[in-house]
Design a protein around this ligand. Structure first.
Ligand code: LLP
Length: 405
């Protein structure tokens, strides 16, 4: 493992804690592995940059040839700055404003639209454009109910049985539907859900309905294990089945289309670690609480989704096992990273590594309680580089003051 305890301890001493550290080689390896798992020649992987928008990681992925899934005009601007060409970016925001649409359209990025009313407005304002349509695949799956993005109750995508209305709007404004899209959820529990969603989308993707298709985009959601005892999805089998399904579909459609996936977690989750330092140990009648110098604004997944993040005691890995709540420094009771977790004895001053912190950790961060976000280090070929610094308290305050009128 590249991010071993010596390296993380040295980096924590050098850059102070809390600190995010990413294994860049592992990110590239994960990205490339998808091409091995899914043996379809016209496969294109779009990285869902909402999972991690670190600029150095984006530049690295750009060099590796990745495409991008973006969800806001600022994400598109950052992607362009990182070197991604506009034809390698898809814009899949929901509940877009007129301004968002105008900005992104003018940048020449393909719009993926998931609401009938937005499609109508887009056609009216930009007739003759190319467009991708996001459908709701009608399959419920995901690591948590908050991470399921399809089914009747979901705000995303157009219902499959509204395909005739989509066709009518496209015809009215001469829109060319070049892609169809679906996304089922994040951390899909069953490979069967991936296949079912693909089949549901393919069922409406006939040449009669959509004669101009260039690609089909089946979203993200590939699951990675978060718990040490959790088994890994058999991606070789899954990928083979995906390729077979799509090859058969293309035969029926009459042309070899491109196939897109847009994973976030799969590419970056396992590459990242948040290193925190324990400042306080509290023993409440035997209930041990380890208080750290980070908190939920810097890693919100346990609080928001009840997500499990494995914790390693870097400073005392062989200590006697004891049960702890690992908590942060935020003035809220729910501010925990791990609850009732068995860990080698934690002493004040120990460093802990919170694992699988590469996806949706820094990127979902904030400065609640006015603590600057941690710095970020990217390790490539064993060589660590500080790629994003931590704002000083003064800089954080200066930002607030500069925004205050
Ligand atoms: N494509 C679309 C349209 C999406 O909405 C998402 C995630 C992805 C791709 C990438 O999904 P992934 O491969 O990363 O599962 N904050 C949550 C995950 C939210 C994902 C939202 N959309 C978490 O920390 O688990």
């Amino acid at each position: 493992m590249t991010l071993d305890k010596e390296l993380l301890t040295n980096l924590a001493e050098q850059h102070s804690t809390p600190l995010y550290v990413y294994d860049g080689d592992k990110i590239i390896e994960c990205y490339r592995s998808l091409y091995q798992f899914i043996p379809y020649p016209k496969l294109k992987i779009h990285f869902a940059m909402k999972a991690n928008y670190n600029f150095a990681i984006l530049k690295m992925l750009n060099e590796a040839g990745t495409s991008l899934d973006t969800v806001s005009p600022a994400e598109v601007l950052l992607a362009l700055k990182a070197g991604f060409s506009k034809d390698r970016i898809i814009y899949t925001a929901n509940n877009m404003t007129e301004n968002d649409v105008k900005n992104v359209h003018e940048l020449g990025v393909l719009m993926n639209i998931g609401e009938l009313s937005r499609l109508e407005k887009y056609g009216r304002d930009y007739p003759g454009s190319n467009v991708c349509i996001r459908f709701n695949p009608d399959v419920r799956d995901g690591e948590d109910v908050k991470l399921m993005t399809a089914g009747d109750m979901a705000k995303f995508g157009i219902l499959l049985d509204q395909v005739d209305t989509v066709k009518a709007i496209a015809a009215k404004y001469n829109l060319k539907v070049v892609g169809l899209h679906e996304h089922t959820g994040s951390g899909l529990q069953r490979t069967e859900s991936v296949f079912k969603s693909m089949k549901n989308l393919m069922s409406i993707a006939t040449p009669e309905n959509f004669p101009h298709l260039r690609f089909m985009d089946f979203g993200g959601g590939f699951k990675v294990p978060y718990r040490p005892d959790e088994s890994r999805v058999d991606y070789v089998r899954m990928g083979a089945e995906i390729a077979e399904l799509f090859t058969d579909f293309c035969k029926e459609y009459g042309r070899d289309l491109e196939m897109y996936f847009e994973p976030g977690k799969y590419i970056v989750a396992e590459s990242g670690v948040l290193v925190v330092r324990v400042n306080t140990i509290k023993d409440n009648h035997g209930h041990l609480i380890a208080g750290t110098d980070s908190g939920f604004p810097q890693l919100i997944r346990p609080v928001l989704y009840n997500a499990y993040h494995h914790v390693r005691n870097l400073s005392n890995p062989d200590g006697t096992l004891k049960t702890y709540d690992v908590v942060g420094n935020i003035c809220e009771t729910g501010d925990y990273m791990a609850e009732r977790r068995e860990l080698p004895e934690i002493r004040e001053g120990d460093l802990l590594a919170v694992e699988n912190a590469g996806a949706y950790c820094y990127s979902m961060g904030g400065v609640y309680n006015l603590r600057p976000m941690p710095a970020e280090v990217l390790v490539r070929n064993g060589k660590p580089d500080l790629v994003r610094r931590r704002l000083s308290n003064q800089e954080l305050i200066d930002n607030i003051l500069s925004e205050s009128l």
